[in-house]
Design a protein around this ligand. Sequence first.
Ligand SMILES: *[C@@H]1O[C@H](CO)[C@@H](O)[C@H](O)[C@H]1NC(C)=O
Ligand SMILES: *[C@@H]1O[C@H](CO)[C@@H](O)[C@H](O)[C@H]1NC(C)=O
Ligand SMILES: *[C@@H]1O[C@H](CO)[C@@H](O)[C@H](O)[C@H]1NC(C)=O
Ligand SMILES: *[C@@H]1O[C@H](CO)[C@@H](O)[C@H](O)[C@H]1NC(C)=O
Length: 214
Amino acid sequence: MAAAATRATALCLIAAALLMLITAAAAASDTYTNHTVGGDAGWFFDSTTNKTSADYNAWSAKQTFNLGDYLIFNTNTNQSVIQTYNKTTFASCSIDDSLDTDTFVYDSGSDGLGNPTVVSVPLTIASTQYYFSAAGDGIHCRHGMAFTIKVATGLGLPPNLNQPPPPPYAPPPGPADEGPLPPVPVVTTRPNGGVRTGGGSSFLWLCLVVIVLL
Ligand SMILES: *[C@@H]1O[C@H](CO)[C@@H](O)[C@H](O)[C@H]1NC(C)=O
Ligand SMILES: *[C@@H]1O[C@H](CO)[C@@H](O)[C@H](O)[C@H]1NC(C)=O
Ligand SMILES: *[C@@H]1O[C@H](CO)[C@@H](O)[C@H](O)[C@H]1NC(C)=O
Ligand SMILES: *[C@@H]1O[C@H](CO)[C@@H](O)[C@H](O)[C@H]1NC(C)=O
């Protein structure tokens, strides 16, 4: 009896530890992340040496980017933040020929006045996307102010970043055709969100009962 109880207790403890690990892993992927570009070094270019404050490709290679995450550029207004989905624009280090549909200039670019600023860029499209500073006529970009990221779906967009198009216009039903209303489309914003491991405490209770019974 005592040996069986000890064995059951040991098994329960092992199972509980595993359960906690699984719950922790689920919790880790159940949040959105703000990625500070370049880490503590931020997004800076020194024009007197042509050097960046961080190796941005090395930095981005260590991150996992998902929809709903943000890139946070700690910088000043000597650098610009350009987001593009167009590889040609990225490779050119310039926005001179870029299209408004695939390239976005944050905070109107750089003014050369060096005022501290923080640029927050939400990741709203799951695809490869490119970032660079177009300041200095492309000198920044050609000397390393440029990186590529790949954004995965993750939890999907949170409601505040997800703006579904308005429902299509439907004429009000006339007297001759008063059928049932069409079903309202359901917008799912977080396909794998809301999956929580809630069985932890009930499992431990079951363990306790088993041990007491033995
Ligand atoms: C991430 O950055 C956005 C935009 O600046 C902000 O609204 C949000 O609160 C930040 N989230 C966290 C967890 O810091
Ligand atoms: C920085 O690089 C540009 C070319 O990209 C060059 O013209 C300029 O002289 C360089 N400046 C320094 C300080 O090395
Ligand atoms: C990418 O941008 C260039 C201009 O920089 C434009 O000519 C080209 O059509 C764009 N490519 C796509 C696939 O839209
Ligand atoms: C910003 O750029 C201007 C012009 O190149 C330079 O004189 C100034 O020192 C820079 N400021 C900062 C904070 O880097």
